[in-house]
Every structure is written in structure tokens, then in C-alpha cells.
Design a protein around this ligand. Structure first.
Ligand code: HEM
Ligand code: HEM
Length: 174
């Protein structure tokens, strides 16, 4: 039991993994309920789930710095430990960069971020600019597509550790 991530890190890991899933589902399925209200709700869900990720990541980073990570037993050779660390850093960067690009896309595209269940919009911090909006949307979308692979690799690595290397990597996060 002792050799696990701190509870706050375990909870935040699974909550944020779930939020990422919903953010992707909402945007990929945004046309599923037609073009009117359904699409609007899916877009606003995407926005607010993404903003929640952006808020939670700071708490998670602070907790991670304060509490550290438990060692993996048996220990990893450097050729696995270093790429694992880089992969985790890229996931943290993703939690920060994606929502920022997303908000910039929404504002420059003239899409308002409504406080849920109200028609109060957050003030837009950028002016409407369709050309810039297209570039930002491309970048936000391309990173989003690329991270299907990165997140997939992360999950495959976790399963590899558990079922093939048979170490405690995954149990530390359960
Ligand atoms: C980690 C969080 C996020 C992830 C993983 C993510 C992922 C994605 C993906 C994959 C797309 C492209 C969909 C496609 O091209 O079919 C997209 C589009 C978009 N996202 Fe995000 N996003 C995140 C956060 C945000 C946030 C916080 C906002 C705004 C507040 C936002 C606003 C947008 C907008 C405006 C589009 C363009 C959709 C359209 O015009 O139809 N995203 N997002
Ligand atoms: C079925 C899905 C998932 C499984 C089985 C899983 C499993 C794990 C495991 C076992 C660790 C500990 C790795 C280690 O200490 O070396 C970990 C860490 C991590 N996971 Fe996941 N994960 C999943 C989904 C996700 C998703 C969707 C994201 C974000 C997009 C994510 C982000 C992270 C991050 C950033 C860490 C680093 C934690 C740290 O040391 O600070 N995970 N995951």
C-alpha cells in the first residue's frame, strides 16, 4: 500500500484522464445531435471540460512537486526511465497548451464561452480575427490528433509494465 502515488495525485490522474476523454468525445461527436442546440451544447462542454483541465493541472503539478513519485520496483533501466519521464512531461505540457490554444481559437473565431446554464459570456481576451482563428484551430486540432498517439502509447506502456514486465508501475496509480 505504501508504494503508491499520493492520494491527490491518484485521484487527479483518473479524474483528468476522464475529462480528457469527455473533451475528445464532445468535440469529435459535436455533429451527433444536429447543427443547432445539440452542437452548441457539445462545443460548450468541450470548452468547459478543457478549461477545467487547465485549472486542475496547476494543483496537480504543485502536488507532484511537493509529494514526488514512488519508485518503480524493480527499477527501470535509464533507456526506459528517460523516455517515460519525457512522455509524462509532454502530457503535462498538453494539459496547459491545449486549453490555451483552444481559448485563443474560440475568441479569435468569435465563439463565446458561456458560463454554463446561463447566457453570460466570459469576456473575450482576444479580438475576432478569422485568419488567425484558422491557424490556431489547425494547430489545436493537429496537436489534438497527435496526442491520440501519445496517449495511446502511454496506455500501452502502462499495460506493458503490468502484464509483461510485471512491475508495480500501474498498481502505484490505482
Ligand atoms: C486538453 C483540452 C483539449 C483537447 C484535448 C482538445 C481537443 C480538440 C480537438 C481534437 C479538436 C479538433 C476537432 C476536429 O478538428 O475535428 C478541437 C477543436 C476545437 N477546440 Fe479543443 N481541446 C481542448 C481544449 C479546448 C478549450 C479549453 C477550448 C476553448 C475554451 C477549445 C476550443 C476548441 C475549438 C473552438 C475548436 C474548433 C472546433 C470547431 O470550430 O468546430 N478546446 N479541440
Ligand atoms: C487507461 C488509461 C490510463 C492508464 C492505465 C494510465 C496509467 C498510468 C500509470 C501507471 C502512471 C504512472 C507512471 C509512472 O509513474 O511511471 C501514469 C502516470 C501519468 N499519466 Fe496516466 N494512465 C491512463 C490515462 C492517462 C491519460 C488519458 C492521461 C492524460 C492525457 C494521463 C496522464 C498521465 C500523466 C501526466 C502521468 C505522470 C504522473 C507523474 O508522475 O506525475 N494518463 N498513468
Amino acid at each position: 500500500m505504501a508504494n503508491r502515488y499520493a492520494p491527490v495525485l491518484r485521484y487527479l490522474h483518473w479524474i483528468m484522464a476522464g475529462l480528457i476523454l469527455v473533451a475528445y468525445l464532445a468535440i469529435e461527436q459535436r455533429g451527433a445531435f444536429g447543427r443547432g442546440t445539440g452542437r452548441f451544447v457539445m462545443m460548450q462542454t468541450h470548452f468547459w471540460i478543457g478549461i477545467s483541465i487547465f485549472l486542475l493541472v496547476w494543483w496537480r503539478l504543485a502536488a507532484r512537486i511537493r509529494k514526488g513519485a514512488p519508485p518503480i520496483t524493480p527499477a527501470l533501466p535509464a533507456w526506459q526511465a528517460i523516455p517515460a519521464k519525457l512522455l509524462h512531461l509532454s502530457l503535462y505540457a498538453f494539459f496547459i497548451v491545449m486549453p490555451i490554444l483552444g481559448m485563443m481559437t474560440a475568441w479569435t473565431d468569435g465563439k463565446a464561452l458561456y458560463v454554463p446554464f446561463t447566457d453570460i459570456a466570459l469576456p473575450a481576451l482576444m479580438a475576432e480575427n478569422r485568419d488567425l482563428a484558422h491557424q490556431l484551430e489547425d494547430l489545436h486540432g493537429s496537436i489534438g490528433e497527435a496526442f491520440y498517439w501519445v496517449i495511446g502509447l502511454h496506455i500501452v506502456a502502462a499495460l506493458y509494465h503490468h502484464f509483461f514486465r510485471r512491475d508495480d508501475t500501474l498498481r502505484r496509480m490505482k
